[in-house]
Design a protein around this ligand. Structure first.
Ligand SMILES: *[C@@H]1O[C@H](CO)[C@@H](O)[C@H](O)[C@H]1NC(C)=O
Ligand SMILES: *[C@@H]1O[C@H](CO)[C@@H](O)[C@H](O)[C@H]1NC(C)=O
Ligand SMILES: *[C@@H]1O[C@H](CO)[C@@H](O)[C@H](O)[C@H]1NC(C)=O
Ligand SMILES: *[C@@H]1O[C@H](CO)[C@@H](O)[C@H](O)[C@H]1NC(C)=O
Length: 423
């Protein structure tokens, strides 16, 4: 357990904390492990914080931006400069995205007017248009090799199924030499500041070794902020939503009633990456249909992330209780009731801490979270450890030798819709 972190401590012991010659690679490795370890384990966090006490924050931040945002391809912006006031036929799209599905908030008299206008729609046969495929080494040290779009298609890791849903899976060949399985990580070319992101999925990756996420981040991490909408590992049962920011952003309380949320604050209330070793401030969902096998057996559902002046919220709707305004394409977040998570602007002004986000899907295996809790029991709603469940000593061994165990490690996504405010 924590073997990679042990190695880091050894490396740190051999490098003076203030050593200006400390390589970027080491800093990057440390700050990544640091981030995810602390996000998951406060005891470990303290140890790492002590070990990392001398590292200059600027060094960490400068290197982190290299992998938190895909470097390939120019970003496309929401507007050509004419603003968002155009009619239904002038919704800008990334080139190549041609679903023909313009804003659904059309003139239909049965749909109440929405404060939101559809800006981007990733759906159906053109789902994968407008995303960059990330092909660098996994920044979270997972046993995956992220592949480009052509490789993903020819290996059938991405496809559109008979229901018209986008599939993103990991390689399930029985054994893999080198220990890494092929997987997919995609980032929208489109970027947004404020907005409403609605992701409808019928299946998400689950099972020992998996670590999927649907999330977003901005430039110059953590200056542009990070919003994790769906995230968890292994056979966890409850989703965790988390934000990571520059210093100055907090959650005003850890009391769900006071926050008016259905979820639970899991760690600290300070969201600053640099001040918490990037623990971020996480909030877990209360229902076991929010993540993993429970989500899948219920037909999945809809996650919505609303980012407005008053704060950032995450909502979850199980398949059988999706609001009709969402289905109609005219979302009315004001009618949705309490979100599972909310970071109010009173203590974290979005305009200060978040900008120019791209939405991201990925599925990694093992790595800094799923791998590090491989032998942990009674965590995340999972009573047995993955070591007990699989009989494999390590997550990496399991990934290398048990391809068929990853048949459930796939996203099946009906749509991702990014709305922007009408006025
Ligand atoms: C921007 O959009 C407006 C409205 O659709 C259009 O009239 C204008 O030609 C566009 N400009 C560019 C540079 O594409
Ligand atoms: C590719 O994946 C899709 C979706 O999982 C599946 O339906 C199809 O049978 C696969 N095709 C091949 C050639 O394996
Ligand atoms: C949580 O907040 C509510 C509403 O502000 C309050 O009534 C309740 O006592 C608080 N609970 C705790 C444990 O502080
Ligand atoms: C994983 O693969 C090993 C080697 O083939 C096998 O002995 C073991 O039973 C497999 N475990 C599971 C849970 O399928």
């Amino acid at each position: 357990m924590y073997s990679s972190l042990t190695l880091l401590f050894l490396l740190l012991a051999n490098a003076a904390p203030s050593d200006a010659g400390l390589s970027d690679t080491l800093v990057r490795t440390v700050s990544n492990a640091h981030r995810h370890a602390i996000k998951r384990s406060s005891g470990l966090a303290r140890d790492l914080r002590t070990a990392l006490g001398g590292l200059r924050v600027e060094q960490q931040l400068n290197v982190q931006q290299m992998y938190c945002v895909s470097g390939s391809g120019p970003g496309l912006t929401a507007s050509n400069g004419t603003g968002l006031s155009g009619g239904g036929g002038s919704v800008p799209r990334p080139s190549g995205t041609a679903t023909g599905t313009a804003s659904a908030a059309s003139g239909s008299s049965t749909v109440a007017a929405s404060p939101w206008k559809l800006s981007q729609n990733y759906e159906g046969n053109s789902f994968f248009n407008g995303w960059d495929f990330f092909t660098q080494a996994d920044p979270t040290h997972g046993n995956v090799q992220y592949v480009d779009q052509q490789t993903a298609q020819s290996a059938n890791l991405t496809s559109i199924n008979g229901a018209g849903n986008a599939i993103m899976r990991v390689d399930t060949t029985p054994t893999v030499s080198g220990g890494n399985r092929q997987s997919v990580r995609i980032t929208t070319q489109f970027t947004y500041t404020e907005g409403l992101v609605i992701m409808d999925s019928v299946h998400m990756p689950t099972g020992c070794g998996t670590w999927p996420a649907f999330w977003s981040n901005g430039p110059n991490w953590p200056a542009g902020g990070e919003i994790d909408i769906v995230e968890g590992v292994n056979e966890y049962t409850n989703n965790q939503a988390t934000i990571h920011t520059n210093p100055g952003c907090t959650i005003p309380s850890s009391n769900s009633t006071a926050l008016k949320i259905t979820g639970n604050v899991v760690g600290g209330t300070n969201c600053a990456a640099a001040e918490t070793g990037n623990a971020g401030c996480g909030i877990t969902a209360s229902g076991s249909n929010t993540y993993g096998a429970g989500f899948n057996s219920n037909g999945g559902g809809v996650y919505a992330m609303q980012w407005v002046d008053s704060g950032i919220s995450v909502f979850f709707f199980p398949r059988n209780s999706i609001p009709s305004d969402i289905t109609a394409g005219a979302p009315q977040p004001g009618n949705w009731g309490q979100p599972m998570a909310f970071w109010p602007s009173t203590d974290c002004n979005p305009s200060t801490f978040f900008s120019d986000h791209s939405a991201i899907f990925d599925t990694t295996l093992c790595g800094d979270w799923a791998g590090n809790v491989w032998t942990t029991t009674n965590t995340g709603g999972q009573s047995q450890s993955c070591q007990q469940i699989t009989g494999a000593a390590t997550c990496a061994d399991f990934v290398a030798n048990n391809g068929s165990a990853f048949n459930e490690a796939y996203w099946e996504v009906t749509s991702v819709k990014i709305y922007q405010q009408n006025s």
